[in-house]
Design a protein around this ligand. Structure first.
Ligand code: ROI
Length: 139
């Protein structure tokens, strides 16, 4: 089993319900165990700032899916929830990003692990610190 960290974000519609629905789908995945969940925090948009505030959180999972299979599973959840891909870094009802997957490095065009910008993102670091303080100290 691998340990992975997933960032969750939403800034459209009922944001809390969106995060909860995504987690509901996640726990129903046969090869994923949701092991720890952070609080949800309200954050100002980073990157593209002319969009609504986000609700963010993160979780730790155990999984025997490969990083690529995990990405596919997360994208399937986003699609099932009706995510529409508009502008880059634009508003979205749900965003599920792989932050870390054991000590594995992936450098594919569509998947980079560890998440390349996570150290700059307070909306990732704050919930991550809550569930994995030792890990964030080493980043
Ligand atoms: N900003 C915040 N605060 N939260 C996010 O989840 C988030 N996601 C993104 C961009 C647009 C980079 N900014 C964000 O993808």
């Amino acid at each position: 089993m691998a340990t992975a960290y997933i960032a969750l974000g939403s800034n459209l519609g009922d944001r809390k319900k969106n995060l909860t629905t995504a987690l509901f789908h996640l726990v129903r995945e046969p090869r994923i165990i949701l092991e720890k969940l952070s609080s949800f925090i309200e954050t100002k948009p980073y990157g593209v700032t002319d969009q609504p505030d986000f609700l963010n959180g993160c979780c730790r999972i155990w999984t025997d899916l490969s990083p690529r299979q995990l990405l596919t599973a997360l994208q399937a959840i986003e699609d099932k929830m009706g995510r529409v891909r508009t502008r880059r870094w634009g508003e979205r009802i749900i965003d599920l990003d792989i932050l870390l997957y054991d000590d594995i490095t992936v450098n594919d065009p569509d998947l980079v692990i560890p998440h390349p910008d996570m150290k700059n993102r307070a909306f990732v670091l704050e919930p991550l610190k809550e569930i994995a303080p030792d890990l964030t100290a080493k980043l």
